[in-house]
Ligand binder design. Structure first.
Ligand code: COA
Length: 322
């Protein structure tokens, strides 16, 4: 009998504090109208001082385990995608493993896959479940982007938010994850980066904050995603009308609209949290997925196309029968 991996449960965590565009108008040379028109974002959640990638990941993970009816003792692997980890090491995943009291199972972070981190994690988890070595994997995206933003740079700080999303991926006899497709192209390393480094002496001024060439990245994203969708559908012998839901990385509403158009999907078949959460990097896909599932929009048996892209560049997709 074939092994497949399936989404057994999802969970989310969002910090209580909300920062609106109107709040940003008070400190930056910007307007809410500009932000909405160019990005689709109205507000974003911001972590309190005591909240971290670990604390948010734990909340999202516990919600996913509850939804899946899986106990911590049944977890065989923990993968946390985060560009804003708790520490350089141990990994945020090891720290979560300790909190869940499940010593022994492999646990690691995907730290530098940025906004593509969640699909990278999902792909790895799927392979381990399919080869029969693990039954249940927690795949989590958790980010405190607010701590790596230059709050005086209007071209970046308006875009991002904090939060965590988790998926409990488990063994199944029926197809769940149909395929995953991962890519990277380091020639675009300067389009989006965070220079914090131990590889060279740190220039404190420039190393602490995320840097982005937004317009350049926008154009790259639309092209790579276009090709990625063709590759993903072709690998499964499917056509775009077979896709029930697009669950995209939440970076910019205009990119999301372009991708929905590519699939001939109306926007009400696209999981969108961007307006209320901004870009939460590796957390954005599981957050959007969890919301659409809990709202009763995404239903069992439907075909979902997940896509993520970010610094590296790194990008990837997953086609899933939910
Ligand atoms: N408020 C007002 N004006 C702003 C602004 C803000 N918050 N941010 C930038 N501007 C200005 C710029 O300074 C520029 O002014 P200029 O023409 O006088 O130089 C003008 O708006 C246009 O800037 P540009 O960067 O060309 O705008 P854009 O339409 O590309 O929108 C982004 C900017 C960042 C919203 C958009 O490029 C984007 O979302 N890119 C993709 C980013 C992405 O995907 N990131 C996630 C990766 S994981």
């Amino acid at each position: 009998m074939m092994n497949y991996s399936k989404i057994l449960g999802t969970g989310s965590y969002l910090p209580e504090k909300i920062l609106t565009n109107f709040d940003l108008e008070k400190t930056l040379d910007t307007t809410s109208e500009w932000i909405i028109e160019r990005t689709g974002i109205l507000k974003r959640h911001i972590a309190a001082d005591h909240e971290t990638a670990l604390s948010m990941a734990e909340n999202a993970a516990r919600a996913a385990m509850k939804a899946a009816n899986i106990a911590p003792s049944e977890i065989g692997m923990i993968i946390i995608a985060t560009t804003t980890p708790e520490k350089m090491f141990p990994s945020t995943a090891c720290l979560l493993q300790q909190r869940l009291e499940i010593a022994g199972c492999p646990a690691f972070d995907l730290n530098s896959t940025a906004c593509a981190g969640f699909v990278y994690g999902l792909s790895i988890a799927d392979k381990y479940i399919r080869d029969g070595s693990v039954d249940n994997v927690l795949v989590i995206g958790s980010e405190v982007m607010s701590r790596v933003l230059d709050w005086t740079d209007r071209s970046t700080c308006i875009l991002f938010g904090d939060g965590a999303g988790a998926v409990l991926l488990g063994k199944s006899n029926e197809p769940g994850i149909l395929s995953t497709h991962l890519h990277a192209d380091g020639t675009h390393k300067d389009v989006l980066y965070l220079d914090t480094s131990v590889g060279k002496p740190i220039d404190v001024e420039s190393a602490l904050y995320l840097k982005m060439s937004g317009n350049h990245l926008f154009k790259l994203a639309v092209n790579i995603l276009d090709e990625l969708f063709d590759e993903t559908l072709a690998a499964n012998g499917l056509v775009k009308s077979d896709v029930d839901w697009l669950v995209p990385h939440q970076a910019n509403i205009r990119i999301i609209q372009a991708m929905a158009k590519k699939l001939d999907l109306p926007l009400d078949r696209v999981a969108i949290t961007l307006d209320e959460q901004g870009n939460t990097s590796s957390a954005s896909i599981p957050l959007a997925l969890d919301k659409a599932i809990r709202d009763g929009q995404i239903k069992r048996g439907q075909i979902l196309l997940l896509e993520g892209f970010g610094g590296g560049l790194a990008w990837g997709s997953a086609l899933i029968k939910y």
